[in-house]
Design a protein. Structure first.
Length: 430
Protein backbone atom coordinates (compact mmCIF):
# COMPACT_ATOMS: atom_id res chain seq x y z
CA UNK A 1 0.00 0.00 0.00
CA UNK A 2 1.38 3.44 -0.90
CA UNK A 3 1.86 6.12 1.74
CA UNK A 4 -1.28 8.08 0.92
CA UNK A 5 -3.45 4.97 1.18
CA UNK A 6 -1.76 3.96 4.44
CA UNK A 7 -2.66 7.35 5.92
CA UNK A 8 -6.36 7.19 5.05
CA UNK A 9 -8.26 7.83 8.26
CA UNK A 10 -11.09 5.41 9.13
CA UNK A 11 -13.89 5.96 11.63
CA UNK A 12 -16.27 3.27 12.85
CA UNK A 13 -19.62 4.86 13.72
CA UNK A 14 -21.85 2.48 15.69
CA UNK A 15 -25.54 3.38 15.82
CA UNK A 16 -28.75 1.95 17.20
CA UNK A 17 -30.73 1.92 13.94
CA UNK A 18 -29.33 4.59 11.62
CA UNK A 19 -29.69 4.59 8.63
CA UNK A 20 -32.67 2.27 9.02
CA UNK A 21 -36.22 3.60 9.47
CA UNK A 22 -36.27 6.95 11.28
CA UNK A 23 -33.60 6.06 13.84
CA UNK A 24 -31.26 8.78 15.14
CA UNK A 25 -32.72 11.66 13.10
CA UNK A 26 -30.36 14.19 14.71
CA UNK A 27 -27.23 12.21 13.86
CA UNK A 28 -27.49 13.27 10.23
CA UNK A 29 -26.50 16.82 11.18
CA UNK A 30 -23.12 15.55 12.42
CA UNK A 31 -22.22 13.52 9.36
CA UNK A 32 -20.81 16.27 7.09
CA UNK A 33 -18.41 17.34 9.84
CA UNK A 34 -17.20 13.79 10.44
CA UNK A 35 -16.60 13.44 6.71
CA UNK A 36 -14.32 16.47 6.71
CA UNK A 37 -11.84 14.59 8.92
CA UNK A 38 -12.18 10.95 7.87
CA UNK A 39 -11.62 9.44 4.44
CA UNK A 40 -13.82 6.47 5.20
CA UNK A 41 -16.63 6.10 7.74
CA UNK A 42 -18.00 2.64 8.46
CA UNK A 43 -21.58 2.75 9.76
CA UNK A 44 -22.42 -0.23 11.96
CA UNK A 45 -26.06 -0.30 13.11
CA UNK A 46 -27.23 -2.66 15.82
CA UNK A 47 -30.72 -3.09 14.34
CA UNK A 48 -31.73 -3.30 10.70
CA UNK A 49 -35.23 -2.65 9.35
CA UNK A 50 -36.90 -2.77 5.91
CA UNK A 51 -36.89 1.01 5.40
CA UNK A 52 -33.43 2.49 4.81
CA UNK A 53 -32.11 5.96 4.07
CA UNK A 54 -29.25 6.63 1.66
CA UNK A 55 -25.85 7.31 3.17
CA UNK A 56 -23.79 10.34 2.12
CA UNK A 57 -20.67 9.90 0.03
CA UNK A 58 -17.77 8.46 1.99
CA UNK A 59 -19.99 6.46 4.35
CA UNK A 60 -20.12 2.67 4.02
CA UNK A 61 -22.97 0.67 5.52
CA UNK A 62 -22.10 -2.56 7.30
CA UNK A 63 -24.52 -5.41 7.91
CA UNK A 64 -26.60 -4.76 11.03
CA UNK A 65 -26.02 -6.95 14.06
CA UNK A 66 -29.54 -8.26 13.54
CA UNK A 67 -32.74 -7.38 11.72
CA UNK A 68 -35.76 -6.44 13.78
CA UNK A 69 -37.95 -9.11 12.20
CA UNK A 70 -35.37 -11.76 13.11
CA UNK A 71 -34.78 -10.59 16.69
CA UNK A 72 -36.25 -13.67 18.41
CA UNK A 73 -34.16 -16.07 16.33
CA UNK A 74 -31.05 -13.93 16.87
CA UNK A 75 -31.49 -13.98 20.64
CA UNK A 76 -32.37 -17.68 20.76
CA UNK A 77 -29.23 -18.62 18.84
CA UNK A 78 -27.07 -16.34 20.94
CA UNK A 79 -28.32 -17.76 24.22
CA UNK A 80 -27.13 -21.21 23.14
CA UNK A 81 -23.52 -20.01 23.28
CA UNK A 82 -21.80 -20.88 26.59
CA UNK A 83 -19.53 -17.83 26.31
CA UNK A 84 -22.56 -15.54 26.16
CA UNK A 85 -24.19 -17.09 29.23
CA UNK A 86 -20.92 -16.97 31.16
CA UNK A 87 -20.41 -13.29 30.31
CA UNK A 88 -24.00 -12.50 31.40
CA UNK A 89 -23.57 -14.29 34.72
CA UNK A 90 -20.31 -12.49 35.44
CA UNK A 91 -21.82 -9.10 34.60
CA UNK A 92 -24.86 -9.72 36.78
CA UNK A 93 -22.59 -10.54 39.72
CA UNK A 94 -20.48 -7.45 39.10
CA UNK A 95 -23.49 -5.14 38.97
CA UNK A 96 -24.91 -6.64 42.16
CA UNK A 97 -21.57 -6.38 43.93
CA UNK A 98 -21.24 -2.69 43.06
CA UNK A 99 -24.81 -1.87 44.08
CA UNK A 100 -26.22 -1.16 40.60
CA UNK A 101 -29.55 -2.30 39.20
CA UNK A 102 -29.62 -5.87 37.91
CA UNK A 103 -32.13 -6.64 35.16
CA UNK A 104 -31.34 -10.21 34.12
CA UNK A 105 -33.48 -10.07 30.99
CA UNK A 106 -31.63 -6.98 29.76
CA UNK A 107 -28.26 -8.46 30.70
CA UNK A 108 -28.97 -11.59 28.63
CA UNK A 109 -30.17 -9.58 25.62
CA UNK A 110 -27.17 -7.28 25.82
CA UNK A 111 -24.81 -10.23 26.27
CA UNK A 112 -26.01 -11.69 22.97
CA UNK A 113 -25.80 -8.28 21.29
CA UNK A 114 -22.33 -7.61 22.71
CA UNK A 115 -21.02 -10.96 21.48
CA UNK A 116 -22.36 -10.28 17.98
CA UNK A 117 -21.30 -6.61 17.82
CA UNK A 118 -17.71 -7.48 18.74
CA UNK A 119 -17.72 -9.80 15.71
CA UNK A 120 -19.69 -7.51 13.41
CA UNK A 121 -18.63 -6.48 9.95
CA UNK A 122 -17.88 -2.93 11.04
CA UNK A 123 -15.62 -3.94 13.93
CA UNK A 124 -13.77 -6.50 11.79
CA UNK A 125 -13.20 -3.97 9.01
CA UNK A 126 -11.93 -1.40 11.49
CA UNK A 127 -9.53 -3.91 13.01
CA UNK A 128 -8.19 -4.70 9.55
CA UNK A 129 -7.91 -1.05 8.43
CA UNK A 130 -4.49 0.51 8.09
CA UNK A 131 -3.71 4.10 8.90
CA UNK A 132 -5.27 6.35 11.54
CA UNK A 133 -8.51 4.93 12.95
CA UNK A 134 -10.97 5.37 15.79
CA UNK A 135 -14.47 4.33 16.80
CA UNK A 136 -17.42 6.45 17.88
CA UNK A 137 -20.53 4.99 19.52
CA UNK A 138 -23.40 7.43 19.09
CA UNK A 139 -25.18 5.95 22.12
CA UNK A 140 -23.96 4.71 25.48
CA UNK A 141 -26.13 1.58 25.45
CA UNK A 142 -26.01 -1.25 22.89
CA UNK A 143 -23.97 0.59 20.21
CA UNK A 144 -21.17 0.90 22.80
CA UNK A 145 -21.04 -2.80 23.65
CA UNK A 146 -17.96 -3.42 21.48
CA UNK A 147 -15.95 -1.19 23.81
CA UNK A 148 -14.13 -4.10 25.43
CA UNK A 149 -13.03 -5.51 22.07
CA UNK A 150 -11.81 -2.11 20.89
CA UNK A 151 -9.90 -1.52 24.11
CA UNK A 152 -8.16 -4.91 23.86
CA UNK A 153 -7.13 -4.07 20.30
CA UNK A 154 -5.72 -0.70 21.36
CA UNK A 155 -8.10 1.26 19.13
CA UNK A 156 -9.09 4.64 20.56
CA UNK A 157 -12.81 5.16 20.88
CA UNK A 158 -15.40 7.64 22.08
CA UNK A 159 -18.92 7.15 23.43
CA UNK A 160 -21.65 9.79 23.38
CA UNK A 161 -24.39 9.81 26.04
CA UNK A 162 -27.84 11.37 25.68
CA UNK A 163 -30.69 10.48 28.08
CA UNK A 164 -32.19 7.03 27.65
CA UNK A 165 -28.66 5.60 27.64
CA UNK A 166 -27.58 7.57 30.71
CA UNK A 167 -30.15 8.07 33.46
CA UNK A 168 -31.52 5.19 35.51
CA UNK A 169 -34.92 6.89 35.09
CA UNK A 170 -34.40 7.72 31.42
CA UNK A 171 -36.46 4.97 29.79
CA UNK A 172 -39.28 6.25 27.58
CA UNK A 173 -41.82 4.32 29.65
CA UNK A 174 -40.37 5.11 33.08
CA UNK A 175 -42.90 6.12 35.74
CA UNK A 176 -41.56 7.38 39.07
CA UNK A 177 -42.51 5.05 41.90
CA UNK A 178 -43.72 2.33 39.54
CA UNK A 179 -40.88 1.49 37.18
CA UNK A 180 -37.63 -0.24 38.08
CA UNK A 181 -34.40 1.72 37.54
CA UNK A 182 -32.66 0.94 34.28
CA UNK A 183 -29.83 -1.56 34.39
CA UNK A 184 -26.69 -0.66 32.44
CA UNK A 185 -24.49 -3.72 31.90
CA UNK A 186 -20.86 -3.48 30.82
CA UNK A 187 -20.31 0.08 32.00
CA UNK A 188 -16.85 -1.14 33.04
CA UNK A 189 -15.99 -1.86 29.39
CA UNK A 190 -17.32 1.53 28.33
CA UNK A 191 -15.22 3.21 31.05
CA UNK A 192 -12.17 2.22 29.00
CA UNK A 193 -13.16 4.77 26.34
CA UNK A 194 -10.70 7.53 25.58
CA UNK A 195 -13.58 10.01 25.44
CA UNK A 196 -16.86 9.96 27.35
CA UNK A 197 -18.95 12.62 25.66
CA UNK A 198 -22.09 14.12 27.20
CA UNK A 199 -24.64 16.42 25.64
CA UNK A 200 -25.07 18.34 28.90
CA UNK A 201 -23.14 19.27 31.98
CA UNK A 202 -25.90 17.67 34.05
CA UNK A 203 -25.39 14.38 32.23
CA UNK A 204 -21.63 14.48 32.77
CA UNK A 205 -22.04 15.14 36.49
CA UNK A 206 -24.69 12.42 36.85
CA UNK A 207 -22.45 9.82 35.21
CA UNK A 208 -19.44 10.80 37.29
CA UNK A 209 -21.44 10.52 40.52
CA UNK A 210 -23.08 7.21 39.54
CA UNK A 211 -20.17 5.23 38.10
CA UNK A 212 -16.64 4.84 39.38
CA UNK A 213 -14.59 5.69 36.29
CA UNK A 214 -10.82 5.98 36.63
CA UNK A 215 -9.51 9.28 35.29
CA UNK A 216 -13.06 10.49 34.66
CA UNK A 217 -12.24 14.20 34.70
CA UNK A 218 -9.75 13.75 31.87
CA UNK A 219 -11.97 11.53 29.76
CA UNK A 220 -15.32 13.27 30.24
CA UNK A 221 -16.35 16.30 28.24
CA UNK A 222 -19.50 18.15 27.25
CA UNK A 223 -20.07 18.33 23.51
CA UNK A 224 -23.49 19.79 22.93
CA UNK A 225 -25.76 18.83 20.11
CA UNK A 226 -26.94 21.66 17.92
CA UNK A 227 -29.16 22.71 15.07
CA UNK A 228 -28.44 24.46 11.82
CA UNK A 229 -29.53 28.03 11.29
CA UNK A 230 -32.81 27.50 9.44
CA UNK A 231 -33.63 31.19 9.15
CA UNK A 232 -36.31 33.25 10.83
CA UNK A 233 -40.05 33.69 10.70
CA UNK A 234 -40.87 35.93 7.78
CA UNK A 235 -44.40 36.84 8.87
CA UNK A 236 -45.13 39.26 11.69
CA UNK A 237 -47.92 38.72 14.18
CA UNK A 238 -51.07 40.66 13.48
CA UNK A 239 -53.44 42.29 16.01
CA UNK A 240 -56.08 39.79 17.02
CA UNK A 241 -54.01 36.73 16.14
CA UNK A 242 -54.57 33.79 18.50
CA UNK A 243 -51.87 32.71 20.92
CA UNK A 244 -49.81 30.08 19.08
CA UNK A 245 -48.35 27.30 21.21
CA UNK A 246 -46.12 24.57 19.76
CA UNK A 247 -44.75 21.30 21.11
CA UNK A 248 -42.73 18.59 19.40
CA UNK A 249 -42.13 15.13 20.87
CA UNK A 250 -43.40 11.59 20.91
CA UNK A 251 -46.59 11.08 22.92
CA UNK A 252 -45.34 8.85 25.73
CA UNK A 253 -45.56 8.80 29.53
CA UNK A 254 -42.26 10.59 30.05
CA UNK A 255 -43.18 13.46 27.71
CA UNK A 256 -46.44 14.39 29.49
CA UNK A 257 -47.84 15.98 26.33
CA UNK A 258 -51.34 15.99 27.83
CA UNK A 259 -50.16 18.56 30.40
CA UNK A 260 -49.31 20.96 27.56
CA UNK A 261 -52.85 20.54 26.26
CA UNK A 262 -54.33 21.15 29.70
CA UNK A 263 -52.29 24.32 30.10
CA UNK A 264 -53.45 25.49 26.67
CA UNK A 265 -57.05 24.86 27.69
CA UNK A 266 -56.58 26.89 30.87
CA UNK A 267 -55.07 29.75 28.86
CA UNK A 268 -58.13 29.67 26.61
CA UNK A 269 -60.33 30.02 29.69
CA UNK A 270 -58.50 33.29 30.49
CA UNK A 271 -60.13 34.85 27.44
CA UNK A 272 -57.60 34.51 24.65
CA UNK A 273 -57.94 32.17 21.69
CA UNK A 274 -55.19 29.55 21.65
CA UNK A 275 -53.97 27.37 18.79
CA UNK A 276 -51.86 24.42 19.94
CA UNK A 277 -49.77 22.66 17.30
CA UNK A 278 -48.21 19.35 18.30
CA UNK A 279 -45.68 17.56 16.09
CA UNK A 280 -44.95 13.92 16.88
CA UNK A 281 -46.67 10.57 17.24
CA UNK A 282 -47.20 8.10 20.05
CA UNK A 283 -49.57 5.52 21.42
CA UNK A 284 -49.86 6.51 25.07
CA UNK A 285 -53.60 6.00 25.46
CA UNK A 286 -54.12 8.09 28.65
CA UNK A 287 -52.46 11.15 27.09
CA UNK A 288 -54.36 10.72 23.83
CA UNK A 289 -57.64 10.42 25.72
CA UNK A 290 -57.02 13.67 27.62
CA UNK A 291 -56.10 15.47 24.40
CA UNK A 292 -59.25 14.21 22.70
CA UNK A 293 -61.41 15.49 25.54
CA UNK A 294 -59.69 18.89 25.45
CA UNK A 295 -60.89 19.46 21.88
CA UNK A 296 -64.26 20.48 23.33
CA UNK A 297 -62.75 23.48 25.14
CA UNK A 298 -64.07 26.76 23.64
CA UNK A 299 -61.33 29.02 22.36
CA UNK A 300 -58.83 26.16 21.95
CA UNK A 301 -57.86 24.84 18.52
CA UNK A 302 -55.80 21.62 18.72
CA UNK A 303 -53.86 20.60 15.63
CA UNK A 304 -52.04 17.27 15.79
CA UNK A 305 -49.63 17.10 12.86
CA UNK A 306 -48.18 13.67 13.59
CA UNK A 307 -44.65 12.84 12.51
CA UNK A 308 -43.20 15.23 9.94
CA UNK A 309 -39.84 15.52 8.22
CA UNK A 310 -37.55 18.12 9.76
CA UNK A 311 -37.59 20.41 6.69
CA UNK A 312 -41.39 20.57 6.99
CA UNK A 313 -41.13 21.59 10.64
CA UNK A 314 -38.54 24.28 9.79
CA UNK A 315 -40.84 25.63 7.09
CA UNK A 316 -43.63 25.81 9.66
CA UNK A 317 -41.44 27.95 11.90
CA UNK A 318 -40.45 30.19 8.98
CA UNK A 319 -44.06 30.88 8.03
CA UNK A 320 -45.94 30.77 11.35
CA UNK A 321 -45.39 33.32 14.13
CA UNK A 322 -45.11 31.21 17.29
CA UNK A 323 -45.62 32.71 20.73
CA UNK A 324 -44.36 29.87 22.89
CA UNK A 325 -42.80 26.41 22.63
CA UNK A 326 -43.57 24.00 25.50
CA UNK A 327 -41.85 20.89 26.85
CA UNK A 328 -43.15 19.48 30.15
CA UNK A 329 -41.23 16.20 30.22
CA UNK A 330 -40.39 14.19 33.30
CA UNK A 331 -36.87 13.66 31.96
CA UNK A 332 -34.77 14.94 29.07
CA UNK A 333 -31.20 15.11 27.83
CA UNK A 334 -31.15 18.50 26.16
CA UNK A 335 -34.07 18.51 23.69
CA UNK A 336 -33.10 19.26 20.11
CA UNK A 337 -36.68 20.45 19.63
CA UNK A 338 -35.95 23.25 22.11
CA UNK A 339 -32.75 24.16 20.27
CA UNK A 340 -34.74 24.45 17.05
CA UNK A 341 -37.33 26.67 18.69
CA UNK A 342 -34.85 29.11 20.25
CA UNK A 343 -32.97 29.34 16.95
CA UNK A 344 -36.17 30.99 15.66
CA UNK A 345 -36.19 33.28 18.72
CA UNK A 346 -39.21 31.48 20.16
CA UNK A 347 -39.48 31.56 23.98
CA UNK A 348 -39.74 28.19 25.70
CA UNK A 349 -41.61 26.90 28.73
CA UNK A 350 -40.01 23.74 30.10
CA UNK A 351 -39.70 21.62 33.20
CA UNK A 352 -36.39 22.12 35.00
CA UNK A 353 -35.23 18.51 34.56
CA UNK A 354 -31.82 17.06 33.74
CA UNK A 355 -30.06 19.09 31.02
CA UNK A 356 -33.05 21.20 29.98
CA UNK A 357 -32.05 24.26 32.08
CA UNK A 358 -28.92 24.49 29.94
CA UNK A 359 -31.17 25.39 26.99
CA UNK A 360 -33.96 27.16 28.83
CA UNK A 361 -32.47 29.89 30.97
CA UNK A 362 -35.06 31.72 33.03
CA UNK A 363 -35.37 35.29 31.83
CA UNK A 364 -33.19 34.74 28.74
CA UNK A 365 -34.64 31.98 26.56
CA UNK A 366 -37.87 31.33 28.41
CA UNK A 367 -39.42 30.00 31.59
CA UNK A 368 -38.72 27.02 33.83
CA UNK A 369 -41.20 25.22 36.05
CA UNK A 370 -41.01 22.34 38.48
CA UNK A 371 -42.71 19.02 37.84
CA UNK A 372 -45.28 19.95 40.47
CA UNK A 373 -45.96 23.27 38.73
CA UNK A 374 -46.33 21.48 35.39
CA UNK A 375 -49.08 19.35 36.92
CA UNK A 376 -51.03 22.40 38.15
CA UNK A 377 -52.32 23.65 34.81
CA UNK A 378 -54.49 26.59 36.02
CA UNK A 379 -51.66 28.24 38.00
CA UNK A 380 -49.11 27.57 35.27
CA UNK A 381 -51.43 29.02 32.63
CA UNK A 382 -51.89 32.22 34.65
CA UNK A 383 -48.16 32.59 35.14
CA UNK A 384 -47.38 32.13 31.46
CA UNK A 385 -50.29 34.30 30.37
CA UNK A 386 -48.95 37.18 32.45
CA UNK A 387 -45.32 36.61 31.45
CA UNK A 388 -46.12 36.45 27.74
CA UNK A 389 -48.26 39.58 27.95
CA UNK A 390 -45.23 41.34 29.40
CA UNK A 391 -42.97 39.84 26.73
CA UNK A 392 -45.19 41.23 23.96
CA UNK A 393 -44.72 44.76 25.24
CA UNK A 394 -41.19 44.72 26.69
CA UNK A 395 -39.35 42.01 24.68
CA UNK A 396 -37.22 41.00 27.66
CA UNK A 397 -36.36 37.54 26.31
CA UNK A 398 -33.67 36.79 23.72
CA UNK A 399 -33.82 33.04 22.95
CA UNK A 400 -31.88 33.33 19.71
CA UNK A 401 -28.86 34.73 21.54
CA UNK A 402 -28.59 31.64 23.73
CA UNK A 403 -28.82 29.42 20.65
CA UNK A 404 -25.93 31.31 19.08
CA UNK A 405 -23.86 30.87 22.22
CA UNK A 406 -24.52 27.18 22.90
CA UNK A 407 -26.34 25.29 20.16
CA UNK A 408 -25.01 26.39 16.78
CA UNK A 409 -24.46 23.05 15.02
CA UNK A 410 -21.77 24.37 12.73
CA UNK A 411 -19.52 25.24 15.65
CA UNK A 412 -20.44 22.36 17.97
CA UNK A 413 -20.17 19.55 15.43
CA UNK A 414 -17.00 20.94 13.87
CA UNK A 415 -15.28 20.92 17.26
CA UNK A 416 -16.60 17.44 18.03
CA UNK A 417 -15.41 15.99 14.73
CA UNK A 418 -11.98 17.58 15.13
CA UNK A 419 -11.66 15.94 18.56
CA UNK A 420 -12.46 12.53 17.07
CA UNK A 421 -9.88 13.12 14.35
CA UNK A 422 -7.27 13.94 16.97
CA UNK A 423 -8.23 10.72 18.72
CA UNK A 424 -7.66 8.72 15.55
CA UNK A 425 -4.27 10.38 15.10
CA UNK A 426 -3.05 8.58 18.20
CA UNK A 427 -2.90 5.31 16.23
CA UNK A 428 0.39 4.92 14.38
CA UNK A 429 -0.01 3.56 10.86
CA UNK A 430 1.66 0.18 10.36
Amino acid sequence: MNESAANRATLLLTTFKYPYAKGEPFLTAELPYLRQHFDRILVQPVIGMPEKRDLPEGFELCAPVYHEKGRKAFLAAGLLKPAVLLAAAREARRLAKTGHAVDMQRILVWAVTRHALERSEGVQRLLAARGPKAAYAYWGHTPALASGRLARAGIPFAVRFHRVDLYHYGAHTYVEGKSRPQSFPWREDIAAADRLIFISGHGRDYYGETWNVPDFDRKASVSRLGTSDAGHCGRARQPGDPFVLVSCSRISPVKQVHLIGQMAAEMAKLGRSVVWHHFGVGDHAPSLQVIEELKAQPGLDIRLHGWVQNPELMEFYRTTPVDLFANLSLSEGVPVSIMEAISFDIPVLATAVDGTPEAVVEGQSGFLCSLDEASCSPALARRIYQAMSQQETERTLAPRKLWEERFDAERNFAEHAADLAALAGRVVAT
